[in-house]
Design a protein around this ligand. Structure first.
Ligand SMILES: [Cu+2]
Length: 140
């Protein structure tokens, strides 16, 4: 896969710092399966993890259109969703995001380095505003 290339207006996008970092696949102790659908929902949309934990998210798109799962603070996600509305063709190659085409399964390995709320959302234009968002709770 090509390295991430910043699109127009993409500089404010989340790059993982406050919510954690890309995880080492060897340290994965838990696998969480998340389903995305054309009702603009994640199932589940509430996930508990522990600080320091490395999680492999197996992200299944059972819909007929492209969806994605992007991790960030609520503020970052909202800002990024607004940028996506202005630049709808922008593709994500960020380490804190996985884009999954219809009928396929993507993976995201992430280590949660600080306690507190983390938001995950689909930033395909319009999906976040339609409610395609969930919350991770990182316990101390
Ligand atoms: Cu979506």
């Amino acid at each position: 896969m090509a390295p991430a290339q910043a699109g127009p207006g993409h500089s404010g996008a989340p790059h993982g710092a406050p919510v954690g970092k890309p995880g080492d696949p060897k340290l994965v102790k838990r696998i969480v399966t998340v389903t995305m659908n054309d009702d603009m929902r994640f199932v589940p949309d509430r996930i508990d993890v522990r600080k320091g934990e490395t999680v492999r998210f197996v992200v299944r798109n059972i819909g007929t259109i492209k969806h994605e799962m992007v991790l960030g603070t609520e503020k970052e996600i909202k800002e990024h969703a607004d940028v996506m509305l202005k630049f709808p063709d922008m593709e994500h190659e960020d380490e804190n995001a996985v884009t999954v085409h219809p009928g396929l399964v993507g993976e995201l390995v992430w280590q949660f380095t600080s306690a507190g709320p983390v938001t995950f959302a689909c930033l395909v234009p319009g999906h976040y505003d339609a409610g395609m968002v969930g919350q991770l709770r990182v316990r101390p």
